[in-house]
Design a protein around this ligand. Structure first.
Ligand code: ADE
Length: 225
């Protein structure tokens, strides 16, 4: 998978790709990440990427021309499955969207900044709009990072243990059951006996029950779907 991220602040984005799972996915050749600084697509001396709103109002708007130049350049080099705009008024990210996007080949992520982008960008270039939750960030960059992480860990071969993404919370509309590791007893606090019983069908049943109970308690809305 190739992800091209368009931003006015590429520095925010770089270090998360230099550690842990996202770094490993790049080293394994499963993912390529390319950053594009919108200012590199301006033609004026000030490298201007934003301007005042028509009709008045507080806050600057990202101009269409540098975004057009950047996206058109990328599209002339390869085809993209989705051109995604990160915005608080987009579709709220969930595991199902992450699953679908993890199957794609080439994605562009456009990070909004200031008040957001000129509506004509959304009308003519964007194929999908994603929010990471009902709160407003100062830009789409952190949202783009979260989206990349959620997608990349689902790509086959990225996680060491192939099954571990399948048992995540939300993967089947259930939260994950409680998990434990050694020691089996700590300060008198014991691990549930079933987990050390070696009876794997019983362990599986226990985990399913616990996942259901936890979901019913914390996220009953998930059970309605
Ligand atoms: N940009 C600003 N707020 C955002 C959000 N909640 N999700 C995605 N992009 C954003």
């Amino acid at each position: 998978m190739r992800i091209d991220i368009i931003t006015v602040v590429p520095d925010i984005l770089k270090s998360p790709f230099e550690a842990s799972i996202m770094k490993r996915s790049i080293e394994k050749g499963l993912v390529e990440i390319h950053f594009h600084n919108l200012r590199d697509y301006t033609t004026d001396n000030y490298r201007q990427v934003d301007d005042y709103q028509f009709g008045g109002g507080a806050g600057m708007v990202m101009m269409i021309e540098p975004i057009d130049k950047c996206i058109s350049q990328l599209k002339s080099e390869r085809t993209y499955d989705e051109i995604i705009y990160m915005t608080p008024d987009g579709e709220t990210l969930n595991q199902s969207i992450a699953n679908q996007l993890s199957l794609k080949g080439n994605l562009i992520l456009l990070c909004g900044h200031y008040k957001g982008v000129d509506q004509r960008v959304r009308d003519h270039f964007i194929t999908k709009e994603i929010s990471i939750g009902d709160y407003v960030l100062s830009g789409g960059e952190l949202g783009a990072l979260i989206l990349c992480d959620a997608i990349i860990r689902l790509i086959p071969g990225v996680l060491g243990n192939e099954t571990s993404a399948l048992t995540d919370s939300f993967q089947d509309n259930l939260l994950a059951p409680p998990i434990y590791t050694r020691p089996a007893e700590y300060k008198g606090w014991k691990v549930p006996e079933v987990l050390t019983s070696g009876n794997f069908p019983k362990i599986e049943t226990w985990r399913e029950e616990q996942a259901y109970l936890r979901t019913k308690d914390r996220r009953p809305d998930l059970l309605k779907n």
